[in-house]
Design a protein around this ligand. Structure first.
Ligand SMILES: CC(C)(COP(=O)(O)OP(=O)(O)OC[C@H]1O[C@@H](n2cnc3c(N)ncnc32)[C@H](O)[C@@H]1OP(=O)(O)O)[C@@H](O)C(=O)NCCC(=O)NCCS
Length: 203
């Protein structure tokens, strides 16, 4: 079984020396691409549909209010520095999964934070990952891991950071991948979440 580090090194080899967003690979019937903000903006409606489907599931059980908030936040995220989105599509070109992130400058943290963040992580730039989602029928095939690996390859930031619902299966996946809990946030619309970081580069 390929480790996360091995997959990251293979992804870097497959991408070659170019740092521009490019079609990265086809694995079986799934195509993968890494996109910048201009390339990702036209996917907004497809991403909103993916979000609505994935986060309607337990433990999230989100509804239209959350989907509308995602739509607004995604517009904001597209304007953040360092934005990148990795997407997976099926043989018909339909979106089956995506993960995206952007640079969170030194001194900034996930909000609304509970307690004091570790100073050595607060004080450096981080790569913040707001969403990681794969449609249920496509899960457990390595699509999510491949998307995350593509997104994290060659990032300049020393850490990746995200917030995870402690009751979600994804929380256990993060733990197995080496993400470490460094705090909590207490959002308004959803339950408290763990703040997790992963030292970069991976592998
Ligand atoms: C999290 C998610 C994106 C993973 O996508 P996926 O395509 O199923 O992921 P993969 O098949 O690449 O599996 C990734 C790892 O998680 C493991 N895994 C998958 N489902 C799991 C589960 N329910 N419980 C525990 N581990 C699980 C896999 O075995 C794999 O580990 P390995 O590579 O060490 O074998 C997907 O489950 C999802 O969309 N969940 C709902 C949205 C969500 O919670 N996103 C995270 C928000 S913070």
């Amino acid at each position: 079984m390929e480790t996360f580090g091995q997959m990251l090194r293979r992804s870097r080899r497959e991408r070659g020396p170019s740092s521009n967003p490019v079609v990265v690979s086809d694995i079986g019937d799934i195509g993968y691409e890494l996109l910048d903000a201009d390339q990702a903006r036209p996917l907004t409606d497809a991403l909103r549909e993916l979000y609505a489907e994935v986060y309607a599931e337990p433990p999230y059980e989100e509804g239209p209010e959350h989907v509308a908030r995602f739509r607004r936040w995604f517009d904001d995220h597209l304007r953040e520095p360092g934005f990148r989105l990795a997407r997976a599509t099926d043989a018909d070109g339909e979106l089956v999964g995506a993960v995206y992130g952007h640079t969170m400058p030194a001194g900034e943290w996930m909000q609304p934070q509970v307690g004091e963040p570790p100073a050595h992580i607060l004080g450096v730039p981080k790569f913040a990952i707001p969403e990681w989602m794969v449609r249920r029928p496509y899960r457990g095939r390595g699509i999510g891991r491949h998307l995350l690996t593509m997104l994290l390859a060659d990032r300049p930031e020393p850490y990746a950071i995200l917030a995870s619902n402690p009751a979600a299966p994804a929380r256990r996946i993060y733990a197995r991948m080496g993400w470490q809990k460094v705090g909590r946030i207490r959002p308004k619309l959803i339950p408290p979440m763990d703040v997790l970081v992963l030292p970069l580069p991976v592998g």
